[in-house]
Design a protein around this ligand. Structure first.
Ligand code: SAM
Ligand code: DTB
Ligand code: SF4
Length: 329
């Protein structure tokens, strides 16, 4: 059994009551528990750490779309897959800031910028820094997901006011090799270490439904939960099966496995925001409500994710009202 280790400083005392020593067997046992017992435990913990009727809303924008050198099997933006995404579109600082203004008017509290880079060049980071400064001035929290960073780049992003960096483990270390061949798990871990070292909040999670086993799901959650400090935000994405990618034809997952993964993330990392991320457009309102009960308390809000559709904000607001959920200020 391989265990991932992090060369990071130990957890701060404020997090000492949280566990960082979960075993694979304990997590797999959660996957096998009766659903009602699992949901009850997750929801009880959720109430101890959070107002269960409040959601954190982030709006996502792709600032550089398509033409990526990497071969991630799920991704519409890899230059190696024949998808509908056109090669390389890059937005200007003004275009990005005006989208952030709209997101704020619409009720988002955080603006997340995504770029289809393996790793940004220093000149790319300079441009993103201009965007971060302008978006912070609007009073929004900022998040970026730009691929692999150097420690120096992470420090520069922190200095410019970046609040969160999103970099996902996506799956277990073993299964990652079957999903991506152009970079490896250790590359992902290195960037996570730099983000922490620079003092940026971490947004790190994965994708469920890529044909992985429950053991792979358990291993990914174990790696997240046993980090010296839990990621402040844990996005759980349901695979969007994109035409032209190798995962276009993967066997669809039992939706309860997805709900279980949300509940287990809540139990293992009770003080973190668990984000119901990609895949909401394919979910029923009832499935989303179950995910909120299981402990999801954050989501992407706005008509688009990076290249795919997300539920319309009018529909989302109607759903929040029906469920008595309020956006976090
Ligand atoms: N290039 C950067 C990287 O790979 O970290 C940032 C952008 S990448 C598209 C951000 C994340 O989006 C991925 O790590 C993955 O978790 C998620 N994602 C991409 N395509 C997806 C899909 N088809 N279904 C679900 N999640 C997806
Ligand atoms: C994350 O975990 N999910 C978001 C965000 N972080 C960058 C991205 C979802 C992308 C879904 C597929 C697409 O729109 O291309
Ligand atoms: Fe590129 Fe990121 Fe997509 Fe992988 S997930 S192909 S690195 S944009």
């Amino acid at each position: 059994m391989n265990t991932i280790t992090f060369s990071m400083k130990p957890a701060s005392s404020e997090h000492n009551q949280l566990r960082h020593d979960w075993s694979r067997q304990e997590i797999l046992a959660f996957y096998q528990r009766p659903m009602n017992d699992l949901l009850f435990e997750a929801h009880t913990l959720h109430r101890q750490y959070f107002d269960p009727n409040t959601l954190q809303l982030s709006t996502l924008l792709s600032i550089k779309t398509g033409g990526c050198s990497e071969d991630c099997a799920y991704c519409s933006q890899s230059a190696r897959h024949k998808t509908e995404v056109a090669a390389e579109i890059q937005l200007s600082v003004n275009e990005v800031v005006s989208m952030a203004e709209k997101a704020k008017e619409n009720g988002a509290s955080r603006f997340c910028m995504g770029a289809a880079w393996r790793a940004p060049r220093d000149q790319d980071v300079e441009k993103v820094i201009e965007m971060i400064r302008a978006i912070k001035n609007l009073g929004l929290e900022t998040c970026a997901t730009l691929g692999m960073l150097t420690l120096e780049q992470a420090k520069q992003l922190k200095k410019s006011g970046l609040d969160y960096y999103n970099h996902n483990l996506d799956t277990s270390a073993a299964y990652y090799k079957t999903i991506v061949s152009t970079h490896d798990y250790e590359d992902r871990i290195r960037t996570l270490t730099y983000v922490r070292e620079a003092g940026i909040h971490l947004c790190c999670g994965g994708i469920i439904g890529m044909g992985e086993s429950a053991a792979d799901r358990a291993e990914m959650l174990q790696t997240l939960a046993n980090m010296p400090k839990h990621p402040e935000s844990v996005p759980i994405n349901l695979l969007i099966q994109i035409e032209g990618t190798p995962l276009e034809v993967v066997e669809p997952l039992d939706p309860f496995e997805f709900v279980r993964t949300i509940a287990i993330a809540r139990i293992l990392m009770p003080a973190s925001y668990v984000r119901l991320s990609a895949g909401r457009d394919q979910m029923s309102d009832e499935m989303q409500a179950l995910c909120f009960f299981a402990g999801a308390n954050s989501l992407f809000y706005g008509e688009k994710l990076l290249t795919t559709d997300n539920p319309d904000s009018v529909c989302d607001r109607a759903l929040f009202q029906r469920l008595g959920l309020k956006p976090r200020a």
